[in-house]
Design a protein around this ligand. Structure first.
Ligand SMILES: [Zn+2]
Ligand SMILES: [Zn+2]
Length: 377
């Protein structure tokens, strides 16, 4: 099968012929229909996160089941599926306590070191990114990497749910659990940020402030439910957010009133993975507010926060793929889509071929797209 091969940081992916094995007991062979190009892949291409090479990147896809291993009863050939990086074993402490996205026993879903590799090229193993590798015509996965979905949703739209939508919407609904009437700020309006904006809208936020440095993305953010926008290329976003969320409020002259001044939003989300934005995200919340860091901050970087702010019960937290239990969440997001409450149609800025994957990375870096989707036949 054809696949896009990652050879190491700062090198373009190349299209190669790769061998894919037959499904073993709990494995499923899926014909890829569409794969979104998510920012996380770019982190590896840019060397900000390490990954062995050669590998097939890609982790946001939907497709059709072609073949199942003999122990698989959940799926059958012809089923439409979405793949998810949150592959779960189903019986470790994390899985059993309702957090399969934090599964501590992923080994149970992978092939052993001495087994034949799922993917290989010229007889040598090819690493499987996120246990998925979606930049390929086919995927060989553990069944717990898949959710069965209705065939009412087009597979290119479904693919987006595989990572970006689940990460952004889930950060709002599952991780932050915002209340109706909340005020929200979202830093970064790419695929994940736009999904967080949509999640905030679904949850009934009364104010959604979108922050980005590209005007085109802010225009998009409005279309997806932002009530206000802040252009971070020419304004201090923290000050702008405080002005919008609490107009007329005064910091006061002494330290205590400055600390407790009700300035800022109830919830802020960082959807890029940049240290400075994570810090601004925390600065932008009011006393008692919560900052949620969704983006992948590069390995080795520390986030610095203003210590006294903790005295006012401000909180900061991480989220892993939107705190998903994806077999429950993804069908719900599909319902929202089919009801017209989650806009996936406009999230796809470009449809491309597998061969265009490097161009898709370039367009993403340039801020030209919400999402590019690679389409297979
Ligand atoms: Zn992703
Ligand atoms: Zn587990």
């Amino acid at each position: 099968m054809k696949a896009a091969i990652f050879h190491g940081p700062h090198q373009p992916l190349t299209i190669e012929n790769v061998d894919i094995d037959e499904p073993q007991d709990h494995e499923v062979l899926v014909r890829t229909a569409a794969s979104g190009v998510c920012h996380s892949d770019l982190h590896f291409v840019e060397g900000l996160y390490p990954h062995p090479a050669p590998a097939i990147l890609g982790h946001e896809a939907a497709g059709v089941v072609e073949k199942v291993g003999r122990a698989v009863t959940y799926l059958k050939p012809g089923d439409h599926v979405i793949s998810c990086p949150s592959v779960f074993c189903g019986y470790c402490d994390e899985c059993m306590s309702g957090h399969p996205n934090r599964c501590s026993n992923r080994k149970a879903t992978q092939r052993g070191k001495d087994d034949k590799p799922r993917l290989s090229m010229n007889g040598k193993p090819v690493a499987q990114f996120a246990d998925l590798s979606t930049y390929a015509e086919k995927m060989l996965l553990h069944e717990n990497a898949l959710v069965k979905i209705t065939d009412k949703i087009p597979l290119d739209r479904a693919a987006l749910i595989g990572c970006g939508v689940t990460t952004g919407v889930g950060a709002v609904l599952n991780t932050a659990k915002i209340e109706p009437g909340s005020t929200v700020a979202v830093f970064g309006c790419g695929g994940v940020g736009l999904s967080a904006i949509q999640g905030a809208k679904i949850a009934g936020a009364r104010m959604i402030i979108a922050v980005d440095q590209f005007e085109s993305k802010l225009a998009m953010a409005k279309r997806f439910g932002a009530t206000h926008t802040v252009d971070a290329s020419n304004t201090d976003p923290v000050e702008a957010i405080r002005k919008i969320a609490s107009p007329g409020s005064d910091e006061g002259s002494d330290l205590l009133s400055a600390m407790t001044a009700s300035q800022g939003v109830d919830y802020a989300f960082e959807a890029v993975g940049v240290k400075k934005l994570a810090e601004q995200c925390f600065e932008a919340i009011k006393p008692g507010g919560t900052a949620t860091i969704i983006g992948m901050i590069p390995v080795g970087q520390k986030v610095e926060l203003d210590g006294p702010k903790f005295l006012t019960e401000r909180k900061i937290q991480g989220t892993m793929m939107g705190g998903n239990r994806f077999r429950i969440d993804m069908p719900r997001y599909i319902d929202y889509y089919l009801q017209g409450r989650l806009n996936l149609d406009d999230m796809i800025s470009k449809r491309m071929r597998l061969e265009d994957v490097n161009e898709a990375f370039r367009a993403m870096k340039a801020g030209e797209v919400a999402r590019s989707v690679l389409m297979f036949n």
